[in-house]
Design a protein around this ligand. Structure first.
Ligand SMILES: *Cc1c(COP(=O)(O)O)cnc(C)c1O
Length: 395
């Protein structure tokens, strides 16, 4: 097939046609178990009937009207996010990068509003962090290979080692407007934050009147077994970004914040044509009402535990993984020394064996399946991975 798209993506050698739950079919009728979940987006599997209903119902009412008006679906979704988190206000956009872009812009503006002419604009971020692909967010991200080619980059950004308490204490000062942290570094290897690091960040921000931003684009919306991953800790962020699973496949992002901070987004200071559009928000509400239930969140913990155990068993039997890490249904298998850097090769073999998985960097095989993953699909997925590993170790 001719590829009419720019070559920045390396597409897998199959063409997905349709999907349901944790099953995907390609144009040859081949079936796959999906443990990748569209990169932590399809949190309720594919084509969930209640999401289809919400989409169709809204499609007959109002698709788009612009942010000159507010709409009931936008208010309904914002209300849900506010009622179940630290937040008091929500800004809607269309992606994770845009949610973080809004967060960083708001942090700069908040500092300017409250501490004028003090040069308080620095953003402290983590090495190997990932926050999106706009110029600002890719610069805040801690992987220079993603940003170097686009220099000159925005200034006033500093990177420190992830989970390094001494480094955060040393880096945050009166010039800092914000610290940004992922509760689990997703793209760079499914590496969980330590509570000590989060608490140190909170304390450093409080000492220097800086904002704590948590990027929950990947970890939010039930992925770890709580609505947001930071709810495992006794910590109050100033801003949280969400996207990926928020629309379960309909593009939507959100920046959650407090009233005191959100006030700096004065009329006209920031915007979005599509942000908060009624179709996306109606689906978001339906998704929220399924994700934010004890049944779904318990399934995440239960299946997360079983998936972890299954992966550890495969690891013990084959020696391909050095470690299985992560939380809930965001898991990463670190390749062992003998197979260093070969996660993508194993992912390709999994595909050939009817299994969709992800990588995170070149050394971690990543899993982000449906939060509604069933026992049967989990077992079939593990069997197919076992077959793929068997082929992998014989290469
Ligand atoms: C995926 C991701 C983003 C970027 O989201 P997009 O919707 O691709 O812009 C930002 N931060 C984290 C932690 C992510 O996992």
């Amino acid at each position: 097939m001719h590829n009419y798209l720019t070559p920045n993506f390396s597409f897998a050698p199959m063409l997905p046609i349709r999907a349901e739950g944790s099953h995907v079919w390609d144009d040859n009728g081949q079936e796959y178990i999906d443990l990748a979940g569209g990169i932590a987006v399809n949190a309720l599997g594919h084509c969930h009937p209640l999401l289809i209903n919400a989409l169709m119902e809204q499609a007959h009412k109002l698709w788009h009207i612009s942010n000159i008006y507010t709409t009931q679906p936008a208010q309904n979704l914002a209300e849900r996010l506010v009622k179940h988190t630290f937040a008091e206000q929500v800004f809607f956009c269309n992606s994770g990068a845009e949610a973080n872009e809004a967060a960083f812009k708001l942090a700069r503006k908040y500092a300017r509003d409250h501490f004028p002419d003090t040069g308080k604009h620095e953003i402290i971020a983590c090495i190997n962090g990932f926050h999106g692909r706009t110029l600002f967010t890719v610069s805040v991200g801690g992987q220079p290979k993603y940003s170097n080619d686009f220099a000159p980059l925005p200034a006033g950004i500093r990177h420190i080692p992830f989970n390094d308490v001494a480094a955060i204490d040393a880096a945050v000062n009166d010039k800092t407007c914000a610290v940004v942290i992922e509760p689990i570094q997703g793209e760079s290897g499914v590496l969980p934050v330590t509570e000590a690091f989060l608490q140190a960040a909170r304390r450093a921000c409080d000492r220097h009147q800086a904002l704590l931003i948590l990027d929950e684009v990947q970890t939010g919306m039930g992925r770890t077994g709580k609505l947001f991953a930071h709810q495992y800790y006794d910590i109050r962020p100033d801003i949280v970004s969400a996207a990926k699973a928020l629309g379960c496949g309909i593009p939507i992002g959100a920046m959650l914040t407090t009233e005191a901070v959100g006030r700096s987004f004065t009329p006209g200071s920031h915007g979005s044509t599509f942000g908060g559009n009624p179709l996306a928000c109606a689906v978001g509400c339906a998704a929220f009402d399924i994700i934010n239930t004890p049944e779904t969140l318990q399934n995440v913990l239960r299946q997360g535990e079983k998936l972890k155990e299954g992966l550890q068993e495969l690891s013990a039997a084959s020696g391909v993984f050095a470690q299985v890490r992560g939380q809930g249904l965001l898991l990463g298998c670190v390749m062992s020394d003998n197979y260093n850097g070969r996660a993508a090769q194993l992912m390709q073999l999994a595909l050939q064996h009817g299994l969709l998985v992800l990588v995170a960097g070149n050394n971690v095989l990543r899993f982000a399946p449906s939060l509604l993953l069933t026992d049967a699909d989990l077992q079939t997925g593990l069997q197919r991975l076992k077959a793929a590993i068997k082929a992998f170790v014989h290469i």
